[in-house]
Design a protein around this ligand. Structure first.
Ligand code: SAH
Length: 478
């Protein structure tokens, strides 16, 4: 047996819910949301139901079920814990050609209530045919994270403009092409930014100039440090919609695997010493694909605005009139600290954090070392592996104590993560001893010593005196 999916317009229509407990309350709430006129029949009500009754939103028939309650209703939902009563209600409803839903009993129900993803006016409903509501619920949770909330204002806008669009493009195929280009264009991006008037204008413009190639868009997206679980929901959606992904070498394969299967993936690795040339190539690629009407995702490791040249890329897009969005990512300092058990600030140890890059000789010379050497602050140093000797020397020369702890986190948040700990005086030695390689992030400051006791991810820190506390209960250890 297969169900026929149906969306019912219940506004202003009488619906009966038998049962005044929490399940009845949930059913009533959903029905009220759909504008139904709800009667609830039960000897007792939950306090929320009683509140709705007092406000006049719900009618109450106190007492035990009587057949007359079914008079004049369009639907009935039985939500009591009385199986015999459920059977009786179902039989009476059947006799009256009335659709009935019996909670937790698919065989007695002539309609099922699906699991719902609500993007009103768009509704996605899932049914397992009553076989396994739990599976339908799990599927709903998945989709809930994937379906962009922008669907709601987009559907409202297109609903308002529907007649105009039909009149303008009576040919079905032309209309289809129009919608296809509309979805790829900047309209959704404008709606996401809350720019409704501009979005409407963009639809009008596209409608008037049906022949003109639409402009694509660029999402500047932070991929996080490697663990795909650290991607934002917005980031995941952007990857699902992308036609082209321009990604840095630092972006993990696991994150890329989340992208739409048929999206074109282009690695735009920067070779050391050729930054300028590569940056121009990246700009050219963004321009080329966006002007061809594609949805481009510019995917960067960590956060695009933290040592990521995101600013330059936006300036370029702005100059060329290409619409863009920015989706932040978890930057290496935050991720490495979290995955190494190092709180970047701590009431007792550090009241501020500095994100520092020690990339080229130039930056080592221009950094304000006196400020960086101050106590009770944490330094998170990016791109520093080749500059460790200079870093150590400058901090010591400007007064940072030789005993200041450090934690050097290599491949933070990835399965191959390693953490090397020690003190400022042993920094260079320890990094060489363990052959720490890029990508690695250096945390210097009093808080870094906490890595030895608070670490939870990957192998225990190298250089820690005590072993990691076991997470398995003792009974399992034997
Ligand atoms: N935009 C990025 C930083 C780019 S600079 C962000 O916000 O994280 C590149 C530097 O970031 C690397 O040299 C390294 O210092 C650091 N980094 C990035 N990912 C890392 C990771 N998974 N583990 C350790 N360091 C990382």
């Amino acid at each position: 047996m297969k169900l026929y999916p149906l969306f019912a317009d219940l506004s202003g229509r009488q619906v009966l819910v038998v049962g005044g407990g929490v399940i009845g309350e949930r059913k009533v709430a959903a029905l009220l949301d759909a504008g139904a006129r709800v009667t609830v029949g039960a000897p007792e009500l939950t306090s929320a139901l009683r509140g709705w009754v007092e406000q006049g939103q719900v009618w109450w028939r106190p007492g035990c079920f009587e057949e007359a309650w079914l008079d004049g209703v369009w639907l009935v939902i039985a939500a009591t814990d009385d199986a015999a009563l459920h059977g009786r209600i179902a039989a009476l409803a059947q006799g009256r050609h009335l659709f009935a839903n019996v909670v937790d009993d698919a065989s007695l129900s002539s309609f099922h209530v699906p699991a719902v993803i609500d993007r009103a006016p768009v509704t996605i409903a899932i049914s397992s045919g009553g076989r396994t509501p739990m599976l339908a619920r799990l599927l709903r949770e998945r989709l809930e994270t994937l379906v962009d909330p922008v669907i709601a204002p987009l559907a409202s806008l297109l609903g308002e403009m529907r007649h105009r669009i039909r009149a303008h493009l009576p040919d079905l195929a032309a209309r289809r092409r129009f919608y296809d280009r509309l979805i790829r264009g900047p309209v959704q991006s404008l709606l996401r930014r809350g720019q409704f008037a501009l979005a409407e204008e963009a639809v009008s413009r596209l409608l008037e100039s049906a022949e003109v190639e639409p402009l694509g868009s660029v999402v500047l997206l932070g991929a996080g440090p490697g663990d795909p679980g650290l991607l934002t929901l917005k980031g995941l959606r952007a990857l699902n919609e992308a036609d082209v992904i321009l990604h840095d070498r630092l972006v993990s394969a696991e994150v890329l695997a989340l992208a739409r299967r048929d999206a074109e993936r282009i690695e735009v690795a920067k070779q050391a010493g050729h930054h300028h040339a590569t940056q121009q190539q990246i700009h050219a690629l963004m321009l080329q694909h966006a002007t061809a009407g594609r949805r481009v995702v510019r995917l960067k490791g960590g956060d695009p605005f933290v040592f990521g040249r995101g600013g330059e890329e936006l300036e370029f897009l702005r100059e060329h009139g290409i619409p863009y969005e920015v989706v932040p990512g978890i930057t290496a300092a935050l991720a490495c600290a979290a995955y190494a058990g190092v709180p970047l600030t701590h009431r007792d140890h550090a009241q501020s954090v500095r994100l520092v890059t020690a990339h080229c000789q130039g930056s080592v010379d221009t950094l304000d070392w006196r400020a960086l050497a101050q106590e009770r602050q944490t330094l998170a140093v990016y791109m520093g592996t080749s500059e460790l000797p200079a870093l150590q020397q400058q901090l010591l020369a400007h007064g940072r104590a030789a005993t200041t702890p450090f934690a050097l986190v290599e491949n933070g948040s990835r399965p191959e993560q390693r953490v090397v700990t020690g003190t400022l005086s042993t920094l260079v030695e320890r990094a060489a001893e363990h052959q720490v390689r890029s990508p690695a992030l250096l945390i210097i400051g009093e808080v870094a010593s906490l890595a030895t006791s608070l670490a939870w991810f990957g192998p225990p820190p190298l250089g820690s005196a005590q072993p990691l506390p076991s997470r398995l209960p003792e009974t399992l250890m034997a």
